[in-house]
Design a protein around this ligand. Structure first.
Ligand SMILES: [Zn+2]
Length: 189
C-alpha cells in the first residue's frame, strides 16, 4: 500500500468528467487503499480519484474526528439535496486556499460500497459538505468555481501557482502549506 502523488490546480484531469466504475473489482479496491493512504498522509477529510490522477468515480472520506471512520463510495450520486449552509472550504489540490462556499445542508445519496452493493446514505453538516465537494471533483468541478467573493478568490489564486511549484520542487508539502494557512486564518479571525 502506498500513497499516490496529488494532482494540483491546473492539471487537466481535475476538469474531466470521471468515468463510472462498472464493477468493484480488485483494481478498484487497490485504488481505494492507495487513496486512503494518500488522504491520511496529506491529512485530508476527503479525496476523489481525479486528485490522484485517476479519472474514475471513486471517493473516500475520513471524518474520524467526528466519529465517522474512513469509508469509500463508488459512483456516488446525489438523489436529494435540501437546505442551505455557508462554510469555509479547502482542497488538497488547491493548497492554502480556504474560502466560504454555499451548498445544500442535507443530502441523500446513493452509491456502491466496496462490497459492490447499492447503498443509500443521508448526511448533513460537515459530512454532507465533504461528500458534495468530492462528488464535484468527479464532475470536473472545483470548490473555487462556487466561491462568491471574487476579490478574495483573486487574491488567494494569485499565490497558488508559486505554492504548487514549491511543492513540486520538494521545498514544502501540501500538508505544511494547509497548516500554515489555517494558523494564519486563526490569527486573523
Ligand atoms: Zn477537493
Amino acid at each position: 500500500m502506498a500513497a499516490m502523488p496529488l494532482t494540483y490546480y491546473g492539471n487537466s484531469v481535475l476538469r474531466e468528467v470521471a468515468q463510472p466504475v462498472r464493477k468493484v473489482n480488485a483494481e478498484i479496491k487497490q485504488l481505494v487503499e492507495h487513496m486512503f493512504e494518500t488522504m491520511n498522509l496529506e491529512r485530508g477529510i476527503g479525496l476523489a480519484a481525479p486528485q490522484v490522477g485517476v479519472s474514475k468515480r471513486v471517493i473516500v472520506l475520513d471524518l474520524s474526528h467526528e466519529g465517522i471512520p474512513p469509508f469509500a463510495l463508488i459512483n456516488p450520486e446525489i438523489v436529494r439535496a435540501t437546505g442551505k449552509d455557508t462554510d469555509s472550504e479547502g482542497c488538497l489540490s488547491i493548497p492554502g486556499v480556504f474560502l466560504p462556499v454555499t451548498r445544500p445542508s442535507k443530502i441523500k445519496i446513493k452509491a456502491r460500497n466496496l462490497a459492490d452493493r447499492q447503498i443509500v446514505l443521508e448526511a448533513d453538516g460537515l459530512l454532507a459538505r465533504a461528500i458534495q465537494h468530492e462528488i464535484d471533483h468527479l464532475d470536473g468541478k472545483l470548490f473555487t468555481d462556487m466561491v462568491e467573493d471574487e476579490l478574495a478568490l483573486q487574491r488567494e489564486m494569485a499565490m497558488l501557482g508559486e505554492r504548487i511549484q514549491r511543492i513540486e520542487r520538494g521545498e514544502t508539502t501540501q500538508a505544511e502549506i494547509q497548516e500554515q494557512a489555517l494558523q494564519q486564518e486563526t490569527v486573523i479571525s
